[in-house]
Design a protein around this ligand. Sequence first.
Ligand code: FAD
Length: 266
Amino acid sequence: MNIHRTVLQLKKREYITPNYIRLTLTGEDIEPFATCTVGANNKIFIPPQGVSRVNFPPQPVEKEENVEKLAIRRTYTHAGLSLENKEMYMDFVAHGLSGPASRFAMEAPIGAELGVAMKIKESELAPEADFYCLVGDATAIPVIRATLASLPQEAKGAIFLEIPTNEDKQIFHKPEHIQVKWIINPNIGTNTLLAQTAIQYLEETQIEDSKFAFVACEYENVRTLRNYLRKEREWTNKEVSAYSYWKYGIAETKSEKSRREEKASI
Ligand SMILES: Cc1cc2nc3c(=O)[nH]c(=O)nc-3n(C[C@H](O)[C@H](O)[C@H](O)COP(=O)(O)OP(=O)(O)OC[C@H]3O[C@@H](n4cnc5c(N)ncnc54)[C@H](O)[C@@H]3O)c2cc1C
């Protein structure tokens, strides 16, 4: 698998809604990313606080004290690219300063370095189906936006998106018969009605034989929806694509194992 890894510089920060930041990154070496599908995931490498350069891990660490200078790896979504302007775009939930990625999005100075790596390939975001149900929280807005844009105009179904405030709603280009349902939850990660709301809709809706569900949000909602779709409704593995994008109270690299185990559980 061909992976392209490079260091980009922060060019622009834009709050597209109160809790959502679009970063524009720039660099001479973005051309290989043009092959990648918008909506596919990437890895970003954030220099720890007090370090200005990206030191990609793993790499030979000559002195013990350099370990703490290694960049911190996180997973994000390729939100777009302009070859002409040598720009790459990524959308970040601004969830505070405790997460290195969120902190970078909120505070890094213009010109700051960010490492980016992606598999150089085209990806299918959603298979062909007559009925779609896409469920996510704010972390999944970039992939759901790209998925909606890839669906045929006659597609039917609904998307469910959990966001912290009414002002965090975004406008999507979408097929006419896909409904958008926003769930407002100021305590993102707790007291969530996301899975419950999607389940209620699926219980009350006539669903075609050809169907597809995509779920990307906090661990507990993913677990609830995977169990419901796979065990109670007996949707097949190919009809359900579900990923924990993060786990409440736990940093990404520390929750990787449990999120992988949950995915493999059914
Ligand atoms: C395939 C994939 C694609 C993703 N794409 C995107 C994307 O395009 N945009 C995006 O914003 N996120 C995306 N995410 C989610 C993102 O990787 C996580 O939210 C990640 O934990 C953020 O890293 P951090 O350094 O900010 O926080 P971490 O250091 O990982 O976590 C610090 C603390 O913040 C909490 N936390 C983490 N994320 C959130 C959140 N969203 N809201 C509230 N609390 C949180 C953690 O539970 C922990 O307590 C994606 C994840 C995956 C697996």
